[in-house]
Design a protein around this ligand. Structure first.
Ligand code: NAD
Ligand code: DAU
Length: 352
């Protein structure tokens, strides 16, 4: 049994589906179902006894203690977070609460639970903290990619809250001996990603004939990794990662945002030739994100050398799969874009 937090969100849901596709080891999935969490993502697991869904908050210590005592997990895989940089600029409080206080509460519950284990169960226990490359800060064009020894220089409320959580995780190992591992991953894309993030937003807007908002000059660079490859990396780190270590996870695939948007448009031109003219006509330059990090790049040699993990998808194969998924799941997009999410976008961005 493993305990997953945030398993109704984008990466967490992909991970749970992937995990239960590969093994019969059950999953307890704790998720607060914020705007980003969606039980529809897990619909294919309905009636599957290997998946126990719990609607709850990682800040709720009594709930965490009860779940750990009841299910005796051998590991915790911690995805739950507020994850969107733009939201963190508009409302940082939720980021501090979930990412910092929530991770602290989970670490304390894990420490109490782990202290009560003995023998192999204690030695084999793992707390896997899923984090981001954004904790390392912003790179110039000629700077070397982030290695695991790069100091933290977070620039947004989101990345600062994730950096704080990474520091807590590190300290709980150093001070209390809790067997933690942290992964710092680059930008994911793939099925079930909420259409507030660059790639699904561009797909959804292009399909709706709406403007494709490119921040600033569109030359900010991100490293892109297909979500299935991230899930595989997490499985490897959980199985064989050394306690107390951090592992960078990346796609060896740096691209300026504008290239990404053009790739999405070109593929949609091919797959939706009926649209009124090339999709790139919808590209619209808008005001830059405050504090926008210029470039992220991940050096993922450590995980490759130690654990033999490398991404399987190329960007070309991954983006095709992703666009095909969104074309087949337009109901999912319409559904998650309604209600509270719609109100937030209208309030902060107007009709976008
Ligand atoms: P997401 O926003 O899609 O999902 C987050 C999930 O956490 C949602 O299901 C939400 O309901 C849940 N959640 C939020 N607050 C909670 C709380 N207080 N208690 C319990 N559940 C709560 O995020 P994602 O993109 O899937 O990211 C998952 C993790 O991976 C995050 O920790 C993020 O920092 C990290 N990460 C994401 C990326 C990326 O490109 N998306 C890259 C690297 C690392
Ligand atoms: O690097 C890993 C991080 O990647 C994760 O930790 C975060 O959880 C995840 O949200 C992502 O953060 P980014 O800020 O890089 O992702 P986002 O999709 O919001 O933006 C990607 C780039 O595209 C960024 O440079 C901003 C730009 N952008 C984004 C949006 C939403 C646009 O130009 N227009 C847009 O409308």
């Amino acid at each position: 049994m493993i305990l997953v937090t945030g398993g109704a969100g984008f990466i967490g849901a992909n991970f749970v589906l992937d995990w239960l596709g590969q093994t019969d080891e059950p999953v307890v999935n704790l998720d607060a179902l914020t705007y980003a969490g969606n039980r529809e993502n897990l619909a294919s697991l309905a009636g599957d006894a290997r998946h126990v869904f719990v609607h709850g908050d990682i800040c709720d210590r009594a709930l965490l203690d009860r779940l750990l005592a009841e299910h005796h997990p051998r590991a915790i895989v911690h995805f739950a977070a507020e994850s969107h940089v733009d939201r963190s600029i508009h409302g940082p409080a939720a980021f501090v609460r979930t990412n910092v206080e929530g991770t602290f509460t989970l670490l304390e519950a894990a420490r109490a639970y782990w202290s009560g284990l003995d023998g192999d169960a204690k030695a084999m226990f793992r707390f896997l903290h899923v984090s981001t490359d954004e904790v390392y800060g912003s790179l110039g064009p000629a700077d070397p990619a982030f290695t695991e020894t790069k100091g933290f220089e977070p620039n947004s409320p989101y990345s600062a809250s994730k950096a704080a959580s990474d520091h807590l995780v590190r300290a709980w190992h150093h001070t209390y001996g809790l067997p933690v591992v942290t992964t710092n991953c680059s930008n994911n894309y793939g099925p079930y990603q909420f259409p507030e993030k660059l790639i699904p937003l561009m797909i959804a807007n292009a399909l709706a004939g709406k403007p494709l908002p490119v921040y600033g000059d569109g030359q900010n660079v991100r490293d892109w990794l297909y979500v299935g490859d991230h899930c595989a990396a997490i499985r490897e780190v959980l199985a064989r990662g050394r306690a107390g270590e951090t592992y960078n996870v990346g796609g060896w695939n740096e691209k300026p945002n504008l290239d990404i948007v053009h790739t999405v448009c070109t593929l949609l031109d091919e797959l939706r030739p009926d649209a009124a003219g090339p999709h790139a006509r919808l590209i619209t330059y808008v005001a830059d994100r405050p504090g926008h990090d210029r470039r992220y790049a991940i050096d993922a040699r450590k995980i490759e050398h130690e654990l033999g993990w490398r991404p399987v998808e190329t960007f070309e194969s991954g983006i095709r799969k992703t666009i095909a998924w969104y074309l087949e799941h337009q109901d999912w997009v319409a559904h998650v874009q309604s209600g509270a999410y719609r109100e937030w976008v209208d309030r902060n961005y107007g009709q976008r």
